[in-house]
Ligand binder design. Structure first.
Ligand SMILES: Nc1ncnc2c1ncn2[C@@H]1O[C@H](COP(=O)(O)OP(=O)(O)OP(=O)(O)O)[C@@H](O)[C@H]1O
Length: 259
């Protein structure tokens, strides 16, 4: 279980996050939304370990993870994607994944034998099997976003409860590609990457595009001015007066499917 308690983050005099608390469990897909400057990125970065907290704590399975370096967070089953894919562009899609699964360059010589089967399985899971041999450099943007996701999941191969943190996973995608990628995200939350995680994984993502929230997330957290003003199912959030009047607006209220 992820437990965020009383998370506060100040940048000098700027109170970016002012006491955020929530919990989530594996199998849940939770979206963190809110207007520009609401504190989404800062909250995400605090949970993902990029920023030290001003106050509060972040626990995963009962243990504090705020302040832990990335390698230790990964060992506890906490991985994240970055908006800009951190790939080796001169290598193929398959080689990038093999490299991650073999845990780094010193293992390069034994890559083929040990990591090719899990790398291929993961590529199939994210719908990239046809591009396994393609160089990352020339990959279409949508495929890069899928590879980004696969690489974050590859970090979680060890098994055990997993938390996947996704920073705007579908940013920059056209509507059809966005919808397909978000269904993949939802499926990873519900079912995990393979049979070793039947309970699924906890997936927390930030998002600006409401199509990637409603119809995808199990639960939505709405931040405004650094505070959680609402949380609930998409249907509850779509009816929430404060959220509608201060963020989503009248046009959202009347759009078919969201009301
Ligand atoms: N590194 C920083 N130094 C100083 N102030 C910052 C820093 N990062 C964020 N802030 C401020 O903290 C507040 C929250 O910003 P944050 O980027 O977390 O909001 P957001 O909800 O992610 O916004 P957006 O949707 O525009 O990305 C803003 O007032 C922002 O200017």
């Amino acid at each position: 279980m992820l437990q965020v308690r009383g998370l506060v983050k100040h940048f000098g005099g700027v109170q970016a996050v002012r006491g955020l608390s929530f919990e989530m469990v594996p199998g849940e897909c939770v979206a963190l939304i809110g207007p520009n400057g609401a504190g989404k990125s800062t909250s995400f970065a605090c949970i993902a370990g990029q920023h030290a907290l001003t106050a509060g704590e972040v626990r995963w399975n009962g243990q504090r993870i705020d302040g832990l370096p990335p390698a230790q967070r990964l060992r506890r089953g906490v991985a994240r994607t970055f908006q800009v894919a951190q790939t080796f562009e001169a290598l193929t899609v398959l080689q990038n994944l093999q490299l991650l699964l073999a845990r780094g360059l010193p293992a390069w010589n034994r890559l083929d034998a040990e990591a090719v089967a899990p790398a291929r399985a993961l590529l199939a899971r994210v719908g990239l099997q046809a591009l396994a041999g393609a160089d990352v450099l020339g990959l279409p943007y949508g495929a890069k976003k899928r590879l980004e996701l696969a690489m974050a999941v590859a970090d979680l191969q060890a098994g055990g409860p997993a938390l996947l943190l996704l920073d705007e996973p579908a940013a920059g995608l056209a509507p059809q590609e966005r919808a397909e990628l978000m269904q993949l995200v939802k499926s990873l939350a519900a079912h995990g990457q393979d049979r070793r995680r039947p309970e699924g994984m906890a997936v927390l993502y930030t998002e600006h595009n409401m199509d990637a929230v409603f119809g995808v997330a199990d639960r939505v957290l709405v931040l405004m001015e650094g505070q959680l003003v609402a949380q609930g199912t998409p249907a509850e959030i779509a009816r929430h007066e404060t959220v509608l009047s201060r963020y989503l607006g009248q046009s959202f209220r009347v759009r078919a499917g969201h009301a």
